[in-house]
Design a protein around this ligand. Structure first.
Ligand SMILES: [Zn+2]
Length: 299
């Protein structure tokens, strides 16, 4: 399990959330064997999603992040529930690029930056999801999430995300934090926050030296007398099931299912997020479809 905390400055004007997502990124790497650069790319997106999910009001709400940057790694997706539990996938997990000149993994190169970040918010009280979209800044993920908050939600936000991958491709550590300013912040407060954050070491360096999300909060919000609002455990969690997969197949409608059956009556569906396999006998599934006029079975 990964430790996630939310905190608030004493004056209530600065919100913090931080996570040690090492366990989440390890699980992702185990499920989708990834190159070092793709582990970092997907790991950063999952970490950002967990932070965003923890700020939702209801645990039945959810957010899906889609990063489509036109790079060799293809499309990246991360989904979070309203608690911060996440799942994700990446189109081409084995893509590897030479490291950047500064020695860092070239996440921006693998993701690409000619494209968009799409944020789909599903609120149980709204019929339709809210979709926000911003052009990618760098494909490095943290900067792209910051831009999303600035342009799409008008919330001044600082986001830091990090994944440290060992030479043997195992995940050494991963984590991140979000700092958001509520309306009414003074210039002096903004300057102080900027100073604090500029002075912070990278997230992975903090985690590697044994520091955790609470230490991140104390450094980021130094001078603001922050306190922890709540702390929770989050995980990589896929909510797929045989029942859901069956529902999805039935929703294809009779015509489409018959076409699939004619190709091969044995149908195997593999979940993108956890690689669980579900097998169905399409002849039996077709018998379960209610005998309705074709148009009623189309959705
Ligand atoms: Zn699954």
């Amino acid at each position: 399990m990964a430790e996630l905390i939310r905190g608030l400055s004493d004056n209530g004007g600065v919100v913090f959330c931080g996570v040690d997502s090492t366990d989440i990124v390890c699980k992702a790497e185990e499920l989708h064997p990834t190159s070092a650069t793709c582990s970092a790319a997907l790991g950063r997106l999952l970490t950002g999603a967990a932070l965003m999910g923890s700020m939702l009001k209801d645990e039945r709400d959810s957010i899906t992040l889609r990063v489509n940057g036109g790079g060799p790694a293809g499309l990246l997706i991360a989904c979070t529930d309203g608690s911060g539990n996440v799942k994700g996938c990446i189109d081409h997990p084995l893509v590897e690029l030479p490291p950047r000149a500064d020695g860092h993994l070239d996440v921006g190169g693998a993701v690409g930056k000619d494209g968009v970040l799409t944020v789909i918010r599903d609120n149980r009280l709204q019929k339709e999801p809210t979709v926000g979209q911003v052009p990618l800044v760098s494909g490095e993920i943290a900067e792209d999430l910051t831009a999303y908050y600035a342009y799409s939600e008008q919330i001044p936000t600082v986001c830091a995300l990090g994944v440290l991958v060992d030479a043997d491709l195992s995940i050494r550590c991963a984590g991140g934090y979000l700092v958001q300013l509520l309306p009414g912040a003074t210039d002096a407060e903004i300057t102080q926050l900027e100073k604090n954050i500029a002075a912070m070491p990278p997230v992975t360096e903090m985690l590697r030296s044994g520091l955790g999300p609470k230490d991140m909060m104390e450094q980021a919000l130094a001078g603001f007398a922050p306190s922890v609002l709540d702390s929770r455990q989050v995980a990589y969690r896929c909510d797929c099931s045989r029942e859901r997969t069956k529902g999805m197949l039935l929703s294809l409608g009779r015509k489409e299912l018959e076409k699939l059956r004619d190709e091969d009556p044995r149908c195997e569906v593999v979940c993108h997020f956890c690689h669980a396999k579900y097998e169905f006998d399409l002849d039996r599934l077709l018998q379960e479809l209610p005998e309705l006029p074709a148009e009623n079975c189309q959705n």
